[in-house]
Design a protein around this ligand. Structure first.
Ligand SMILES: Nc1ncnc2c1ncn2[C@@H]1O[C@H](COP(=O)(O)OP(=O)(O)OP(=O)(O)O)[C@@H](O)[C@H]1O
Ligand SMILES: [Mg+2]
Length: 284
């Protein structure tokens, strides 16, 4: 299903954080949102997930007006639209498996949720998700003892447990070293390609957006100043998005880069793991 942002605006007091954004995203797109600090990237994602309400405009997913949802409808949307954060947002003292199972909460009756009772099928699904991300060996460790890259993979496994239609990621690799950044971006790309899940991710490294996204949205001062393919993003547009510094010096693309070159084999573990969807369906 496609989703649409129509004139989406968010003000904080007098400050306009997001200013009249119009965007249509087709099902299965992988969209990177770039822009300098304060451009409104996080606010935009948070409005889509309804962690923040728009001050004006509307958000639609297929026939549903997301921005008008309340109660159970809103909870269902937040299940369909999984969110991944820079700081992972896991429960550090709970084991990895339980953290992943928490992604299932919105699928079950409240009483069972409160008691933290999960079925055998759900546990198998969670293990399959961890296998897919190459971290099944950490299942019984407290999440807080994992490395940043592993924790972000746990967060992605938890998002998969929601059975999402859309995955939103707010700077998912900003706290990671280049190798872990690659593993996490490859995992998001894999979800996008294999399940056809729409992925929209804020990124502060332009080369990552170019490498992984079929479409890039550039924001400056709350507005969309670029919306197109990586090839269409010219040096002038990059200047407009990131602006010149206080000395008038321009920005060089390499300044926003953290990339390293490693062979594709580095992510073989994730590629080899059992097909998540097939397993999930088989167990259902
Ligand atoms: N809850 C809030 N209350 C007041 N102002 C806010 C709030 N959230 C965001 N803002 C302001 O809105 C603007 C956009 O913030 P936002 O976090 O969306 O930017 P960003 O593009 O994600 O930046 P960064 O790259 O630093 O994460 C900023 O000026 C910020 O200070
Ligand atoms: Mg942000």
């Amino acid at each position: 299903m496609r989703f649409q942002l129509k004139n989406v605006t968010r003000k904080f007091g007098q400050h306009v954080a997001v200013d009249g954004v119009n965007v249509d995203i087709e099902r299965g797109e992988m969209v990177g949102v770039i822009g300098r600090s304060g451009a409104g990237k996080s606010t935009l994602l948070r409005m889509i997930n309804r962690l923040v309400d728009p001050s004006d405009g509307s958000i639609h997913f297929g026939d549903v007006e997301v921005s008008a949802l309340r109660g159970a409808g809103l909870r269902n949307w937040q299940r369909d639209c999984a969110m991944i954060f820079q700081q992972f947002n896991l429960v550090p003292r709970l084991d990895v498996l339980t953290n992943v199972l928490l992604g299932r909460l919105n699928h079950r009756p409240t009483a069972l949720s409160i008691l933290n009772i999960f079925t055998r099928e759900e546990r198998l699904m969670a293990i399959a998700a961890l296998e897919r991300l190459g971290i099944e060996q950490t299942a019984l460790q407290p999440a807080g003892t994992l490395s940043g890259g592993q924790q972000q993979r746990v967060a992605i496994a938890r998002a998969l447990m929601q059975g999402p239609k859309v995955v939103l990621a707010d700077e998912p690799i900003a706290s990671l070293d280049p190798l872990n950044a690659k593993i996490v971006m490859d995992a998001l790309k894999d979800i996008n390609e294999r399940e056809g899940i729409t992925v929209m991710t804020n990124l502060h490294t332009l080369d990552t957006a170019r490498n992984y996204c079929s479409r890039i949205i550039g924001m400056a001062r709350g507005r969309v100043v670029f919306d197109g393919t990586p090839d269409e993003l010219t040096a002038e547009t990059v200047q407009e998005i990131y602006g010149a510094d206080s000395h008038g010096a321009g920005i060089d693309e390499s300044m926003t880069s953290t990339s390293i070159r490693i062979p594709a084999a580095a992510n073989a573990a994730a590629a080899q793991s059992a097909d998540f969807k097939a397993l999930a369906v088989a167990e259902a």
